[in-house]
Design a protein around this ligand. Structure first.
Ligand code: HEM
Length: 111
């Protein structure tokens, strides 16, 4: 079963647009990482003011290989290649989960 790694970002209100702009011009290298399955940037709407960077991986080893490799490059550059900018987030926490159960929409013709 896959694993899920969520980076929980504390983002001051005045930095929200900056963060979303940075992600909009992100490196896009995670898509080529072995064992990478899914990425979503989740903007808080209700119940929290924290952004969630949701990633899903085939295994813990695949995630660690990304953290030790492409992740560093993806975080060292500013979205547009300019030198490192002041972080938009004021704090971050990493949550780890194992996928215990999952479901996808049934294909229309399987009824
Ligand atoms: C100190 C903690 C971290 C901060 C402040 C942070 C912030 C950011 C920012 C601003 C970007 C946009 C790209 C850019 O500006 O170049 C980014 C990209 C990304 N971050 Fe983080 N990040 C952190 C750690 C992590 C961790 C632990 C994960 C693991 C779930 C993660 C997952 C990602 C992913 C998947 C991308 C897109 C990379 C790509 O496009 O290849 N980040 N991060």
């Amino acid at each position: 079963m896959s694993i899920v790694k969520i980076n929980v970002l504390q983002v001051p209100v005045e930095q929200r647009e900056v963060l979303e702009k940075r992600f909009a011009s992100r490196a896009g290298s995670v898509e080529n990482s072995d064992g990478f399955e899914w990425f979503e940037l989740l903007r808080p709407v209700e119940g929290t003011d924290q952004y969630l960077v949701y990633t899903r991986w085939r295994s813990e080893a695949d995630f660690q290989a990304w953290m030790e490799g492409p992740m560093k490059a993806a975080h060292q550059r500013g979205g547009d290649g300019s030198p490192q900018q002041k972080p938009a987030a004021s704090g971050s926490t990493l949550w780890s989960f194992e996928v215990v159960q999952q479901a996808a929409p049934k294909a229309a013709d399987s009824e």
